[in-house]
Design a protein around this ligand. Sequence first.
Ligand SMILES: [Zn+2]
Length: 108
Amino acid sequence: MGKNKKLIRELFRSKVFERDGYVCRVCFKTSEVLDAHHITDRNEMPNGGYVLENGISLCSECHLKAEHFHITEKTKHFPNFHPDDLYSLINSSFEKAWNASQALSSYI
Ligand SMILES: [Zn+2]
């Protein structure tokens, strides 16, 4: 990972945590190990999707549930963890995240 990418990744984490007030946006647990989750997987977003519009603070328990969707593309076990649900929690959408991610290219 290049220097700029590392910086963008760190900036992504701190901005997401700051916006979310350092709590899990799903269960409101304050956890020492919050994750800045990519709502749409970084491989499916232009420039890795390191933007506020694609990030949400999750505790480790909720993060596992959200990752379950990325792995299986199914939500039957964790119905509230579909990307659309997560986007609505932060007032975003796939389209907003995509557009913001595309604009990142000038920084990388
Ligand atoms: Zn949680």
